[in-house]
Design a protein around this ligand. Structure first.
Ligand code: R5P
Length: 297
């Protein structure tokens, strides 16, 4: 690969500094923290290095996405204005992927429009376990851009095989099958999935699979925990049915509001996540995955 296509600098914001430092060190490029000033009316002013060149990577995980989307929309052209020839986005968590169809007439399909916006802003994008449910690949969301979708499921599987004795991996809904199967694969772990019906933002109904959870070390695996109600519903049922323990492993630890304490209150033992979203439960690093993908992009 020509040297100019390999990343030559990493841009990041101070709230993601630990992940940014690891990624910059793995890529062997300088890290530049973007200065951010908030005006009294809420507008943002960003300051990048005075000069950039070649391929520049912006690291921005898009949890709490609305303001971060503005940051990335300002940073990409700003980086080009000071010399960057290619700007790649490393967004370990890619927001707005769940609204992938209009469930009711008139609903805006956020996935398609945010995908198109990012595709027109960046030369390439790398993300981890985006919530692709009714579509097969990220290319359908970002047809005009080189978009790479990585999965942390196998890394979570390695972690679980090393930390839980003969775990039973359980997806809390049918959509989780893709992650549960990947996590189970390398170590031949037992696995199954529940069926979920969502009744509201914080209301779900979970139907357990036929698999026997009695005396088993159950690990609930999902791409993300937001309000935690999906995991809480599944954890309660596993414990009521006699599971020996219930642990949780997710790629994206959004855990909004009371999600984490409410989940722990059900009797869940360990909560583990990747470092895609900075959180106290982070246990598994996606930096090697991201770095490899960015070097190939
Ligand atoms: C969607 O189905 C996802 O895979 C998660 O299960 C969901 O987003 C979790 O949301 P919450 O934590 O709010 O139940």
């Amino acid at each position: 690969m020509p040297a100019s296509l390999l990343p030559q600098a990493l841009l990041a914001f101070d709230d993601e500094q630990p992940l940014a430092q690891d990624l910059a060190a793995t890529l062997a490029v300088p890290l530049h923290l973007i200065e951010r000033h908030r005006f009294p009316d809420g507008e943002l002013k960003l300051r990048l290095p005075a000069q950039l060149q070649g391929t520049v990577v912006l690291l921005r995980s898009l949890h709490q996405p609305n303001e971060k989307l503005i940051e990335v929309l300002l940073t990409a052209p700003g980086a080009r204005a000071v010399g960057a020839q290619r700007v790649l986005l490393a967004a370990p968590y890619l927001a707005y992927m769940r609204q992938d169809i209009a469930f009711r007439p008139g609903e805006v399909v956020s996935q398609r429009h945010i995908g198109a916006l990012l595709a027109s802003t960046f030369d390439g994008l790398v993300t981890v376990d985006p919530h692709l449910h009714r579509i097969a690949s990220l290319d359908e969301v970002m047809p005009a851009c080189t978009a790479v979708s990585l999965s942390a499921a196998a890394l979570l599987g390695d972690w679980l095989a090393a930390h839980v004795d003969r775990p039973l991996l359980l997806g809390p809904d049918e959509e989780a099958a893709q992650w549960v199967e990947r996590a189970a694969q390398a170590h031949g772990l037992d696995h199954a999935c529940c069926v979920k019906q969502r009744l509201g933002d914080r209301e779900v109904e979970i139907a357990m699979p036929t698999v026997d959870v009695r005396d088993r070390a159950v690990v609930l695996i999902d791409d993300m925990a937001s309000t935690g109600r999906t995991l809480i519903g599944a954890a309660k049922q596993c414990l009521a049915l006699g599971a020996a323990s219930v642990d949780v492993a997710v790629t994206h630890a959004l855990f909004v509001g009371d999600a984490l304490p409410a989940l722990r209150a059900t009797g869940v033992r360990h909560v583990w996540s990747t470092d895609c979203v900075p959180h106290e439960s982070n246990a598994v690093s996606v930096v090697p995955l991201l770095a490899q993908a960015l070097q190939r992009l």
